[in-house]
Design a binder for this molecule. Structure first.
Ligand code: TRP
Length: 341
């Protein structure tokens, strides 16, 4: 599919989303972004980036882990319902134009501005880098700006932690267009309406590395075992006691995944009043989650029998992504008055 329009002005909104392939995707990804992507693939031109170069910025000492997860995450995408006919899956490292654009963009930001990025600040503290911050990690918001601009994305779905990245991208794009030539599209953030899914332990975030996640690939038995061990209201000792719904991840999960909100409301009312045991709510949650995961398991099994189809999803998507990025970089180089070779 080649179109005569420049990469920066597509007819449908062009959407870029992405993940660092460092581990299996889980229910937090499903609620926070995958379900939205499955909807978006029908309304927009959806690009999904397997951000392995970005993953190396904090996993440079674990390259095998990143390599293994490129195809594992691609399989998660297909299992979750991304359609190779509709969505374009791109491996970041196979598009060197992204690295090139990052270099040009680095001239348009200051170190002091990068230091103020609240998400990067929080990650630096959490990873305990102290003063020894890897430079590549420090500048990853610039590389992310290059991803967005190179693909000409006009819409980027984000959680609130990614909003500073979008603001940074918009600033860089505006500076580039004003300094050189107006060739880059300025992206809009599409803020997720879904609150972040907590972990099984009630921590603010579900994360594989925190060991509090249900992976999309978990079996029905694993889901049952994990839900039975979930944190609930520690003050709710007997079924007859009144219980707390707020901050109780069992109910947050039901809010996120039960297709029947009236039923969830009734369970909440009963739990608050007393007379509803944790085991009973958890059994209901197990049914709900296995209902959501059943079609995902079926598609996963189909693709596991056809690994070539997974490979094609990634290689054909990457070829298409590279075409788009190369077109943008042609315009970028002309705008920068670079030597034509
Ligand atoms: N930073 C994103 C994450 O950690 C991954 C990512 C890389 C991305 N490049 C992107 C997301 C471009 C959206 C657009 O999940």
């Amino acid at each position: 599919m080649t179109t005569p329009t420049p990469a920066a002005t597509p007819a449908r909104p062009r959407v870029l989303t992405g993940d660092r392939p460092t581990g299996a995707l889980h229910l937090g990804h499903l609620a926070g972004s995958l379900q939205n992507r499955v909807r978006l693939q029908d309304e927009a031109e959806l690009f999904v980036l397997l951000a392995d170069v970005q993953a190396l910025t904090d996993h440079f000492d674990r390259p095998e882990q990143v390599r293994e997860n490129v195809l594992a995450v691609a399989l998660d995408y297909l299992a979750a319902g991304l359609d190779p006919q509709k969505a374009t899956c791109v491996v970041q490292s196979a598009v060197p134009e992204l690295a090139e654009l990052t270099v040009y963009f680095l001239n348009l930001v200051t170190v002091s501005h990068l230091r103020q990025n609240p998400t990067v600040k929080a990650e630096i503290a959490q990873k305990g880098y102290g003063e020894a911050i890897p430079a590549g990690f420090f500048v990853y918001p610039v590389s992310q700006a290059a991803d967005i601009a190179a693909f000409g994305a006009t819409l980027v779905p984000v959680g609130d932690d990614q909003l500073p990245m979008l603001e940074q991208t918009r600033e860089i794009v505006r500076r580039f267009n004003a300094l050189y030539a107006p060739v880059l599209a300025e992206p809009q953030a599409q803020l997720s309406r879904v609150p972040r899914l907590p972990g099984l332990d009630g921590q603010a975030k579900m994360s594989k590395s925190l060991g509090n996640a249900i992976a999309l690939g978990d079996s029905a038995d694993e889901v049952a075992r994990k839900v039975m061990g979930m944190y609930t209201d520690p003050g709710h000792l007997r079924a007859s006691d009144p219980g707390r719904v707020e901050g109780n991840p069992v109910f947050t999960f039901l809010d996120a995944f039960d297709p029947d909100p009236a039923r969830v409301q009734a369970l909440k009312d009963q739990y608050r009043a007393g007379g509803l045991g944790d085991v009973k709510v958890k059994k209901h949650l197990i049914d709900v989650l296995n209902g959501v995961l059943a079609p995902i398991r079926t598609r996963r099994a189909e693709y596991e029998r056809d690994p070539d189809a997974v490979l094609r999803f990634v290689t054909e998507g990457t070829a298409r992504g590279r075409e788009v990025a190369a077109q943008t970089l042609g315009q970028v180089r002309r705008a920068l008055r670079l030597f034509e070779h």
